[in-house]
Design a protein around this ligand. Structure first.
Ligand code: F6R
Length: 247
């Protein structure tokens, strides 16, 4: 394991964790106005984006020169479907800040997905990602890289596991099912980011955090790939580290 990484920042509550992540991102945006930011969706990031928008409203930083790249998007949902990650980003962040139109990118999920994935990789590679934020699935997934995803994977179409579809079904109107597939940045795409911030809140993430950082890296736990990255910060609450062994 890289000796500088990962570093844990543990907070007494989910709210405190979210506030700390928002504060960290606000400082980064202030220090580096042309930040290239990798973004995530999911429940974990709802309070983080809310806190970041609050800081933006009273603060001294802007998104006007920022470029952002989301980790993933479902295949088969119209962009304005409330459960699409595109709609999520509009609702929780993009509509509230001065990120220029067309600068908040998500993976392409229409038409020729292989070509769109290559284009997405090229767009990311043109300047890299300075900070990639990540949540973690209960099964250890990062982005939609489910268990078994190769550590050298790049942006591509993936099938979602039953556990992930179950975990995300609350985002969908009653009677609708979670799409079976999505496009996600690959593990290798994520590892190319200059810095990675993984956020885990709640006891339901404790086993995944333990498997990710206290086991030998292996594709059964995709997040364990982060052990090889030189600059990973883990922001989490106490419950998310409750099963970790003292080292
Ligand atoms: C979302 C994503 C996922 C989530 C993960 C945790 O863009 O890529 O990996 O970060 O499923 O989701 P929540 O935060 O809803 O528990």
């Amino acid at each position: 394991m890289n000796m500088n990484s990962p570093q844990f920042r543990i907070f007494p509550s989910g709210e405190a964790t979210a506030a700390a992540v928002a504060d960290y991102l606000a400082r980064a945006l202030k220090n580096q106005p042309r930040l290239r930011l990798g973004l995530a969706t999911g429940n974990t990031f709802v309070p983080i984006y809310a806190a970041l928008v609050e800081l933006y409203q009273v603060g001294d930083f802007s998104f006007s020169e920022v470029m952002s790249f989301n980790l993933d998007e479902y295949i088969g949902l119209p962009k304005d479907h409330p459960a699409s990650f595109s709609a999520y980003m509009e609702r929780h962040l993009f509509a509230h800040v001065d990120l220029p139109a067309g600068k908040g990118l998500l993976p392409g999920v229409d038409g020729d997905i292989e070509a769109a994935s290559r284009d997405y990789e090229a767009e990311i590679a043109s300047g890299g990602i300075d900070i990639q934020v990540l949540g973690i699935g209960r099964n250890g997934h990062i982005g939609f890289n489910e268990p078994g995803s190769p550590f050298d994977s790049r942006t591509r179409k993936v099938d979602l596991t039953p556990l992930t579809r179950e975990a995300n079904k609350g985002d969908f109107p009653p009677g609708e099912t979670v799409p079976p597939s999505a496009v996600t940045m690959g593990i290798s795409t994520i590892l190319d980011a200059r810095q990675i911030i993984l956020v885990a809140i709640g006891a339901s993430k404790a086993q995944a955090i333990q498997a990710a950082f206290q086991s030998v890296p292996n594709p059964d736990c995709p997040a364990s790939a982060l052990q090889s990255h030189a600059n990973v910060l883990i922001f989490c609450d106490e419950t998310a580290t409750s099963t970790m062994r003292a080292s």
